[in-house]
Design a protein around this ligand. Structure first.
Ligand SMILES: NC(=[NH2+])NCCC[C@H](N)C(=O)O
Ligand SMILES: [Mn+2]
Ligand SMILES: [Mn+2]
Length: 348
């Protein structure tokens, strides 16, 4: 069973691109305290509660040097009128532009990056910054929702339900020029994306997924096939032709609300703990994870303190698992590398 571990990664042919350099040894953590992609306040405190749940210590216990770049500081313009029903377009656009630059610099510096949200509109900046350094990346979107509404199909006008629409080349003729987003350009084709965990898909989103032939696994598919087969098909779909960097965008609402109650758009019937851990273990075992987003943890929405802590510690567990924590035992070397505080380096 150890065949896909570190030895496998060592033997694997490396990327020709600078994008994969010394990635394996160094993890950067970047907080993005941002909530204007949706209505509920509180999701901007996600980075704090995930750090408070012990993220940095957990990652340091794995075989990494951990660089905590702190949180980005977003500016909120006073006037930001909706545009075609889209709420806070300039605020969301500017935040994502800043995030995109920071992600690009962290990846350019050779780190594997963990981005802590914040709401899922941040996927726009995170994937865009990643693609600047790694144009051949592929995207695994783990979520109850498809987040691929266009401004025309969105039932809510919330940009956290639309990030994937900004990324897909095939959708660009359906995307109006939204103020705040002139800097974006689509970086993905529909075949570069796989969804896992879907169970609340809007009618317009369903049409987009079907028309573009996007590979997706709903919770029903996971019930039918099992998570093992789902991951096999997912990784085969994305990596069979060529090994390339993986962007994992993990919305905590992919999990069942009994496990992750502190989130804004919870939907019953989500991933079990073991499905989530298996999924992330499989991604780690590819040796190709380059950026991971962990979004939509909202500490103001837990019924009580325990609910919030459970959600945050689940977030820490899936991040650690994505980065190599195993259930078969510790692989860390004896000397644990120190935590470096590199906030200054990434300041904008
Ligand atoms: N990232 C999320 N939690 N997205 C929820 C999206 C909900 C709904 N589909 C919408 O467009 O508003
Ligand atoms: Mn979601
Ligand atoms: Mn989402």
């Amino acid at each position: 069973m150890a065949l896909r571990g570190p030895l496998f990664r060592l033997l694997r042919t490396p990327f020709s691109q600078s994008c994969q350099q010394s990635r394996a040894q160094s993890v950067a953590v970047l907080g993005a305290p941002f909530s204007r992609g949706q209505k509920r306040r509180g999701v901007e405190h996600g980075p704090k509660v995930i750090r408070d749940a012990g993220l940095i210590e957990r990652l340091s216990g794995l075989d990494y040097s951990v660089h905590d770049f702190g949180d980005l500081h977003f500016h909120h313009p006073e006037m930001d009128e909706p545009y075609m029903g889209v709420k806070f377009p300039r605020t969301v656009g500017a935040a994502n532009k800043m995030l995109s630059g920071a992600v690009s610099r962290a990846i350019g510096a050779g780190h594997t990056l963990v981005m802590l949200g914040g709401d899922h509109s941040l996927g726009i900046g995170s994937v865009s910054g990643h693609a600047q350094q790694c144009p051949d990346l592929c995207l695994i979107w783990v979520d109850a929702h498809a987040d691929v509404n266009t401004p025309m199909t969105s039932p809510s006008g919330n940009l956290h339900g639309q990030p994937v629409a900004f990324m897909l080349k095939e959708l660009q003729d359906k995307m109006p020029d939204i103020p705040g987003f002139s800097w974006t350009k689509p970086v993905l084709s529909s075949r570069d994306l796989v969804y896992i965990g879907l169970r609340d898909v809007d009618p317009g989103e369903y049409h987009i997924m079907k028309n573009l032939g996007i590979q997706y696994f709903t919770m029903r598919d996971i019930d039918r096939l099992g998570i093992q087969r789902v991951m096999e098909v997912t990784l085969d779909h994305l990596l069979a032709r060529k090994q390339r960097p993986i962007h994992l965008s993990f919305d905590i609402d992919a999990f069942d609300p009994s496990l992750a109650p502190a989130t804004g758009t919870a939907v019953n019937g989500g991933l079990t703990y073991r499905e989530g851990i298996y999924l992330t273990e499989e991604i780690h075992n590819t040796g190709l994870l380059s950026v991971m987003d962990l979004v939509e943890v909202n500490p103001m929405l837990g019924a009580n303190h325990e609910a919030v802590e459970a959600t945050a510690s689940l977030a820490v567990d899936v991040i650690a698992s994505s980065l190599g924590q195993t259930r078969e035992g510790a692989h860390a070397s004896i000397g644990v590398p120190p935590v470096k505080n590199d906030t200054e380096q990434l300041r904008i």
